[in-house]
Ligand binder design. Structure first.
Ligand code: SAM
Length: 320
């Protein structure tokens, strides 16, 4: 399916919950956010209906995210049901890794192909400070297990913030010298909790790159993705840079989002949403029609650098 700007839209990101077992200070308030009731969030059956319709329309890739997707009970069965959808080529998940030790093997068996794991520090104490409750070693054990059961590739998403973890860029590089993972440095975006700290904490990826000697640019593969990748001599893994602020990749944006409470969101940075839950529950609108509407409503690009539209949701609610 093409949008108004002739981009091929073939990627759906599905947030299955707004709940999270961590409280990363730039993402969620300490006390959490007002949790949606069971009735407010889409049931797995309803999510499945949307995904099935989207795949029939031409969506080829689905990513399950949240909140933290692994805290939702029944997630493995849900993955195994989606994985059987004819026409769906890729099914991935974004997780904070806290529950990976428990689920990696079952996720692989269920048909999950690959994982993005959010990890902003390799220091135990700092991990606890950033996430306000996490256990770094638990996450690292989960990542090891995910690698062992063959979830591949493993991508580590790291938001670099001034004065928080910008002293660890080399540590992450050392990590991928030894491990076959892709570390992707991501620029902090002024959304949710980060709106107040972004000015003080933002570092452009240009600055981050300038601290890493020996980067060898890789030719972009066919897979449309936001990261620009680099190799390093002797490294088992590679390094990527995702620069939504300094070098936005809207031109190649190929995605729409489904929020946990059943809204189709054409652009991460625009508050425009289409209520698909209401259509499913009242049987009053064609789901496929609404998916098409969402695709056609995709703006050409985000305007975060010009006029900031204060986001009505935090990342945990949209599905980062
Ligand atoms: N719980 C899962 C996880 O941790 O990967 C999925 C949801 S989490 C909201 C997804 C990603 O959003 C995380 O990698 C987090 O770092 C990122 N994120 C949250 N707020 C952000 C911000 N203001 N700028 C950049 N990335 C952000």
């Amino acid at each position: 399916m093409k949008d108004k700007w002739l981009r091929d839209i073939e990627y759906l990101r599905v947030s299955v919950t707004d709940r999270c077992n961590l409280r990363c200070f730039y993402c969620m308030p300490d006390e959490g956010v007002s949790k949606l009731s069971h009735d407010e969030i889409l049931s797995f059956e309803e999510c499945y209906k949307v995904i099935k319709a989207a795949v029939e329309l031409g969506i080829k890739k689905v990513r399950i995210t949240g909140g933290e997707p692994l805290v939702r009970l029944g997630i493995v069965d849900f993955i195994s049901k989606i994985a059987k959808l004819p026409g769906l080529e890729d099914i991935a998940m974004t997780t904070n890794g806290m529950l990976l030790e428990k689920y990696a093997e079952d996720l692989k068996k269920a048909g999950l192909k690959r994982l993005n794991i959010s990890l902003d520090t390799l220091k135990e104490e700092k991990f606890y400070q950033i996430t306000r409750k996490g256990d770094l070693n638990q996450v690292l054990r989960g990542i090891e297990l995910a690698e062992k059961v063959g979830l591949f590739p493993i991508k580590i998403n790291t938001v670099i913030m001034k004065g928080i973890n910008d002293d660890e860029i080399q540590d992450f590089i050392n990590f991928i010298m030894e491990k076959p993972y892709e570390v992707r440095f991501i620029e902090l975006m002024p959304m949710g909790e980060a709106q107040d700290i972004e000015k003080e904490r933002f570092i452009s990826n240009k600055e981050v790159m300038s601290t890493i000697p020996g980067l060898i640019p890789m030719i972009k593969s066919d897979e449309l993705g936001p990261a620009n990748y680099y190799q390093l001599l002797g490294a088992k893994g590679k390094v990527g840079f995702i620069s939504p602020m300094s070098n936005h990749f809207c031109k190649s944006c190929n995605r729409i989002r489904l929020t946990a409470d059943g809204k189709l969101r054409p652009c991460l940075h625009s508050n425009f949403e289409i209520d698909i839950k209401e259509a499913i529950r009242n049987h009053n609108k064609d789901i496929k029609e609404l998916i098409r509407d969402a695709i056609l409503a995709k703006p050409e690009r985000h305007y975060l650098n010009e006029k900031r539209e204060s986001s009505i949701r935090n990342m945990n609610q949209i599905g980062g």
